[in-house]
Design a protein around this ligand. Structure first.
Ligand code: AMP
Ligand code: TRP
Length: 341
């Protein structure tokens, strides 16, 4: 679809979300949550726990509640200030569902049929996938556009959903002759950590649902577990080269180098300059030490916060009221534009 110029004039605003589906991992931290922390000082930010997305696949209700609080704890433990940024859970603001319905009527079957995440998550038997899983990207577009968000920090795997969000915004603006009513939100993806791979297989991404716990570093892992997982990470027997070009075809090695780079805020080239000629016997303990140093304080703070669920619930409730106040006038305008009486 050809894109008109984005002449949206509204304020800059960040929106992003994480699903409360358990096993929050290093990829979620480096690809998303860490970026949220940096952005809160630059723009108005809204960070959501997307529980309505979570139920597109079966979730035990008791666990869903606990995991919703766990993501809220992770946000705060990682350094998001709930006084500054809005932290809330999606189901608390009904506008997400209302706008998603309208977007289901804007998006085309063909657009959703192209979504690779649906194909991955639905697996072989697509007939048995929930309808919610199929229209998941419309709900994600609604999350973002309900707040007229202009910037969306996410990992690489969400790029296609952001493109669809822009297509929905464009079609809505054009068909209803609404001018630049919705912005065309910019994905913020670049940088080390946008695609953290499995520790067991450098060709698949680190994922909450990988049956092997050794494939990922969970934000709840203690120091010994982190060290053990890095020690057991799959690698090759070759020493580290001097340049990134020398890592070609060595996916697992490349992944560990880029994790080191992301955790230390350095470039992969810089890390290779330091470790060129060394084997994994030297590099892995250094990476383990760095990972523990960066993650342990977050894990400890998460535990502390999770011991006080009432405090976390208050944060979510206060955040929901702030989110609702931004969403209500937008949704009112949308209803008027669409022609609802
Ligand atoms: P999810 O766990 O699917 O709700 O993802 C939450 C955020 O983490 C999204 O912005 C994802 O793009 C990001 N993310 C998930 N897995 C990874 C990964 N392996 N590497 C980098 N970012 C990731
Ligand atoms: N789909 C995202 C994921 O799986 C989560 C998400 C839902 C999201 N709504 C969003 C991310 C809005 C950014 C903006 O990671």
């Amino acid at each position: 679809m050809s894109e008109p110029q984005n002449i949206y004039q509204g304020p800059e605003r960040v929106f992003s979300g994480v699903q409360p589906t358990g096993n929050l991992h290093l990829g979620n931290y480096l690809g998303a949550i860490r970026k949220f922390v940096a952005l809160q000082n630059e723009m108005e930010c809204i960070f959501c726990v997307v529980d309505m997305h979570a139920i597109t696949q079966w979730q035990d209700p008791k666990e869903l509640r606990a995991q919703t609080l766990e993501i809220a704890a992770a946000y705060v433990a990682a350094g998001i200030d709930p006084e500054k940024a809005v932290i809330f859970h999606q189901s608390a603001v009904s506008g997400h569902a209302e706008l998603a319905w309208i977007f289901n009527c804007v998006a085309r079957m063909g657009w959703l049929n192209r979504m690779t995440q649906f194909k991955d998550k639905a697996g072989k038997d697509k007939e048995r996938a929930s309808v919610g899983l199929f229209v998941y990207p419309s709900l994600m577009a609604a999350d973002i556009l309900l707040y007229k968000a202009t910037h969306v920090p996410v990992g690489e795997d969400q790029k296609q959903h952001l493109e669809l969000t822009r297509d929905i915004a464009t079609k809505f603006n054009n068909e209803f002759d609404a001018g630049p009513f919705f912005p065309l939100p910019e994905p913020l993806i670049k940088g080390a950590g946008a695609r953290v791979m499995s520790l067991r297989d450098g060709s698949s991404k680190m994922s909450k649902s990988d049956p092997s716990d050794l494939s990922r570093i969970n934000l709840t892992d203690d120091a010994d577990t982190i060290a053990k997982k890095i020690k057991k990470a799959r690698t090759d027997p070759e020493p580290l080269p001097e340049t990134m070009a020398g890592l070609e075809g060595r996916l697992e090695a490349e992944n560990l180098i880029s994790i080191y780079a992301a955790l230390s805020d350095r470039t992969s080239e810089d890390v290779l300059t330091e470790y060129a000629g060394q084997g994994f016997g030297v590099f892995k303990p250094a990476l383990a030490e760095l990972a523990v140093e960066k993650l342990s304080p977050i894990t400890a703070e998460m535990r502390k916060l999770q011991a006080d669920p009432a405090f976390l619930e208050t944060i979510l409730k206060t955040g929901a009221a702030r989110a609702e106040a931004i969403a209500t006038p937008v949704l009112d305008d949308v209803k008027r534009i669409v022609g609802f009486l």
